[in-house]
Design a protein around this ligand. Structure first.
Ligand code: D41
Length: 677
């Protein structure tokens, strides 16, 4: 009986696996949907009857599994390298020349390369043992990643079982990404459910893969292409990159259909142009193409430098631009009262996202570009950088009015002032201005501040509008009954939110200081203040002069901080927060002498994959470094994560050395070794 079940289960899994392969990888389904469903129903029934026959690679297990508490750490036995970048034809010519020089006599006149699109996703590695999917992990910092096996199992393109004759252990690597259409559909759903939407397909792929509950990942339209291998045992691989791609395909793994073999620099540049033309019609977002030397023995001869292979490079496309028209220009009021002009645009798809709003930063910028309502403008979006208006192509008409700074706050009607020499104009309404209240509470609850999960924008908006919350301290008095009165708020979510608010009471001094929303105090300054003063009381009693003694705090910021903590209104809020039970441990001043990074200032920009910004800061400070919020000539290194913006630009301008995440991780590891003696 059980023997029969076992045999039938194996048969069903084989048939379903084959149907999945035809449907998802080959994109040519052969089994009608109804028949497929019947096989699944039968398999589920048999597995329910004989639970001990359920194995993790069963097709029934794609969408089941329990939510995890956290991801395990996986150490990559073969490190996952990063890619160097080429931006110009000259860079590509130099890349090819360097390879020629290193290979010297061995190289033919025209080297063979495999060229393929550079997907904008995240790198993932999957280990198959005896053909069965055993483990999947993110790239992380290249050395350590996160165990995302349960989530990767839900990606239909990734087979649970390899076909053909793979080595007994083979690690295959590729990019997990989200097709543009799927991304749009998913965001529409999230928006309808009142949840946070993702800014671009890359972030949504990363966010979807990092869900602790694989059932959520299963609903996300993730896709994957493979392009490399890691560990190989009990078998050998072809000796060319092209042969490797063919082998991957023969095992049932998806490989980019755009991958091709080309010859010499001309072949590379021709490919770059071809894909560039196709780029906007591809179903997924790419930010360049990747070139890899075809000969694997030659790859090995060339090796790598600072974690990037000498035999491969990414050739990046320039920022995408598109034209559209300005339908409105509005002034938004921020948490400190700053008025920011925002251009509302006719929606335009550029650089992988639909852009409907762009910030114009301040009134001077509006004047400099001379943007007016109705104008045709060029919008640019580079990589993950926030979109910007590059220039006006055409004014709607010569006598369209110029944009003026409003005299009164568009939200509360208070007077608007602009201090001498300052770019920003501010609403003087303070906490009486609904916009300022709303923004400060949003900031207070943010992940990097008090980290109150579930207190989204829509909820904050309602809380402020209904005057349930006038200052952050009011949050701690909210009851579940009050919250259920809000739109889209069930009893369960209300209880959860009250819990999350209570949980946020246990915090750190740097987080608390950052959460207060003192003008010009970002995370780095908050940390510096906390470390300098150690106790909140000391900061509250400090004069502007004393505050200026803090690392990287100049006279302007010192004056802002002194005036903020000196205000009776803010002191009251702080006192009420502490009465409500908000608490933290005092901060100990790190002793810097003799530490590996003593005397070095780091700036972190963008998002890191393997750690939060706070963790990176803590790691650096623990090694004696100073972490600053702005780049100057004195900056030793700028650590560049995804979404990096103006700080990266500044670093390039000033010639300050930058580190990508892998280089940063290597530097940290080395310093830690040194630090231990
Ligand atoms: O499509 C990509 N994003 C892509 C990334 C690609 N097509 N090929 C890649 N090849 C490599 C090497 C040469 C190191 C195996 C990569 C990456 N690496 C990569 N992805 C993330 C970091 C590095």
């Amino acid at each position: 009986m059980k023997r029969d079940a076992e045999r039938r289960i194996a048969e069903l899994r084989q048939q379903i696996g084959q149907a999945d392969y035809q449907y998802y990888v080959l994109d040519s389904p052969e089994l009608p949907d109804g028949d497929y469903d019947k096989l699944m129903v039968e398999l589920r029934a048999l597995e329910a009857e004989f639970p001990d026959l359920v194995t993790p690679d069963s097709p029934t297990q794609r969408v089941s599994g329990e939510a995890l508490g956290a991801f395990g750490v996986v150490t990559h036995k073969v490190p996952m390298l990063s890619l160097d970048n080429a931006f110009t034809d000259e860079d590509v010519i130099a890349f090819d020349r360097r390879i020629h020089e290193r290979l010297a006599s061995n190289a033919p006149a025209n080297l063979e390369y495999v060229a393929e699109p550079k997907l904008d996703g995240l790198a993932v590695t999957v280990i198959y043992r005896d053909g069965k999917l055993e483990r999947a992990a993110t790239r992380g910092d290249g050395v350590k990643g996160e165990d995302v096996t349960a989530n990767v199992r839900t990606i239909h393109k990734v087979p649970h079982k390899l076909k053909g004759n793979p080595p007994s252990v083979v690690e295959v690597r590729g990019e997990v990404f989200m097709p543009i259409k799927g991304f749009a559909r998913m965001n529409r759903l999230l928006r309808e459910q009142g949840e946070k939407v993702y800014v671009n397909p890359r972030n949504s792929a990363a966010g979807s893969l990092r869900q602790l509950d694989p059932r959520i990942t299963a609903k996300r339209p993730l896709d994957m292409f493979f392009y490399a291998t890691g560990i190989v045992e009990g078998g050998t691989l072809p000796d060319t990159q092209w042969g490797l791609l063919k082998a991957l395909k023969s095992w049932g793994l998806p490989v980019s259909p755009e991958a091709t073999l080309v010859e010499g620099v001309q072949g590379l540049l021709g490919y770059f142009q071809n894909i560039g033309k196709k780029r906007s019609s591809l179903t997924y977002q790419i930010d360049g193409v990747v070139y890899k030397l075809n000969s694997r023995p030659d790859q090995e001869r060339l090796g790598f430098v600072s974690r990037a292979p000498r035999w491969a490079t990414a050739h990046k496309y320039p920022a995408e631009e598109a034209t559209t028209t300005v339908s409105k220009i509005e002034f938004q009021v921020g948490r400190t009262g700053a008025l920011t002009p925002v251009a509302r645009l006719e929606p335009v798809f550029v650089g992988g996202v639909t852009v409907t709003n762009v910030t114009l930063h301040n009134i001077d910028e509006v004047r400099r570009k001379d943007v007016r309502v109705g104008d045709t403008v060029v919008v640019r979006r580079a990589g993950d950088v926030i979109p910007e208006v590059v220039r006006v192509v055409k004014h709607v008409s010569d006598d369209a009015p110029q944009i003026e700074l409003p005299e009164k706050c568009p939200v509360c009607g208070s007077e608007v002032v602009r201090a001498e020499g300052e770019a920003a104009a501010r609403c003087t309404g303070g906490f009486t201005c609904r916009a300022q209240r709303q923004e400060s509470i949003r900031h207070f609850a943010a992940r990097r501040a008090m980290d109150i999960e579930g207190l989204g924008d829509k909820i904050v908006e309602q809380l402020v509008e209904q005057e349930l919350v006038k200052s952050p301290a009011d949050l701690y008095g909210l009851t579940a009954e009050q919250l259920t009165e809000l739109e889209r708020m069930g009893e369960k979510s209300a209880e959860k939110l009250v819990e999350a608010i209570a949980k946020s009471k246990d915090t750190t001094l740097p987080r608390f200081l950052f959460a207060l929303g003192i003008p010009d105090v970002g995370e780095a300054t908050a940390l510096a203040l906390a470390q300098h003063f150690g106790k909140l009381e000391k900061l509250l009693d400090a004069s502007a002069d004393e505050i200026q003694q803090v690392q990287d705090v100049g006279p302007v910021v010192a004056a802002e901080v002194a005036s903020f903590v000196g205000s009776t209104e803010h002191r009251k809020v702080i006192a009420r927060l502490r009465e409500a039970g908000v608490h933290w441990a005092d901060v100990e001043k790190p002793s810097v002498e003799g530490q590996p990074f003593a005397g070095m200032t780091f700036v972190i920009t963008g998002t890191l994959d393997s750690m939060s910004r706070e963790e990176a800061q803590e790691a650096l400070v623990a090694l004696g470094a100073k972490v600053s919020g702005s780049v100057s000539k004195k900056t030793r290194y700028v650590v560049v994560g995804a979404d990096a913006g103006s700080k990266l630009k500044k670093a390039t301008e000033l010639g300050v050395e930058t580190l990508d995440e892998a280089q940063f991780a290597a530097l940290l590891a080395e310093a830690r070794k040194k630090g231990r003696g």
